[in-house]
Design a protein around this ligand. Structure first.
Ligand SMILES: NC(=O)c1ccc[n+]([C@@H]2O[C@H](COP(=O)([O-])OP(=O)(O)OC[C@H]3O[C@@H](n4cnc5c(N)ncnc54)[C@H](O)[C@@H]3O)[C@@H](O)[C@H]2O)c1
Length: 254
């Protein structure tokens, strides 16, 4: 390529929730595009980081970190920057889901979903941006929202999840405007149903119902999100910020 605009070579990408699922697969594709990788996850992702380093010849590291604990997020980020030199890209992806009618939520369950999916996303984005500002450089943030941020899924009831993801979409737009003059772009992706462990608790009957509702008649795969994340993270999208890319096999189109 004459203009290697999708390359992430020389960039350091932080991926939250990168021990498995979408985060792990997208981290692999970002490494394939040349980025050094840092994973923050509740679980120890050092084996994932070691495999990425071996396969793609990049530097890769991992920190155990709960994104709902802002002090821990700050400390993990400082430690990663100490090891890899800096940070350039954030794939802000850690999240959880709960299928439960709103009237049956136990105390603390609403707060738990909003705590990870909204507060966690904000804490990581804010600590990342603050680090970039102190280094006097720009960067790119890609948040993982969901199609559930724009529509209400049925037949399962998941108001906490839907609300958290709608908030991620508007947080993305708000931060994009606030940080435009700092050279920090903020975008999000909104996946449809993607086959990962997140939905491993879903019954075969419900999965069949979902398949019937998706015009593509199948769930998506994590690797089908990687191109959009790399586009938003890379020099291919310098004028794109505050945007939400929906990747859902046409689920929300009909
Ligand atoms: N799978 C889907 O159908 C789907 C659809 C739309 C959006 N999403 C979103 O994509 C993102 C990734 O989902 P996935 O399907 O890969 O899920 P997953 O459960 O397979 O992986 C999520 C990862 O996040 C980590 N994590 C959870 N809570 C954390 C916390 N507090 N701090 C740090 N790490 C934490 C987990 O340990 C895990 O490694 C989530 O934000 C999810 O809401 C998923």
């Amino acid at each position: 390529m004459k203009h290697d605009i999708f390359s992430l070579k020389g960039k350091v990408a932080l991926v939250t929730g990168g021990n498995r699922g979408i985060g792990k697969v997208v981290a692999e594709y970002m490494a394939d595009a040349g980025a050094d990788i840092a994973i923050m996850d509740l679980d120890d992702a050092s084996a994932v980081a070691a495999a990425i380093a071996a396969e793609y010849g990049v530097r890769a590291t991992a920190r155990v970190c709960d994104v709902t604990r802002r002090e821990d997020v700050r400390a993990a980020m400082a430690s990663i920057a100490g090891e890899l030199g800096t940070l350039d890209i954030l794939f802000n992806n850690a999240g959880i889901v709960m299928h439960k009618p709103a009237l049956e939520l136990e105390p603390g369950e609403w707060e738990k979903v909003l705590g990870v999916n909204l507060n966690g996303v904000f804490y990581v984005a804010a600590e990342f941006a603050s680090r970039l500002v102190s280094e006097g450089k720009g960067g790119s943030i890609v948040n993982t929202a969901s199609m559930s941020g724009s529509i209400v899924n049925i037949p399962q009831q998941q108001a906490s999840y839907n609300t958290s993801k709608a908030a991620v979409i508007h947080l993305t737009k708000s931060l994009a405007v606030e940080w435009a003059d700092k050279g920090i772009r903020v975008n999000c992706i909104s996946p449809g149903y993607i086959a990962t462990e997140l939905i491993s608790f879903v019954s075969p009957e419900l999965l069949e119902t979902w398949r019937g509702m998706i015009p593509f008649k199948r769930l998506g795969r994590p690797e089908e999100l990687a191109g959009a994340v790399i586009y938003l993270a890379s020099g291919a999208s310098p004028y794109t910020s505050g945007c939400d890319i929906v990747i859902d096999g046409c689920f929300t189109v009909v």
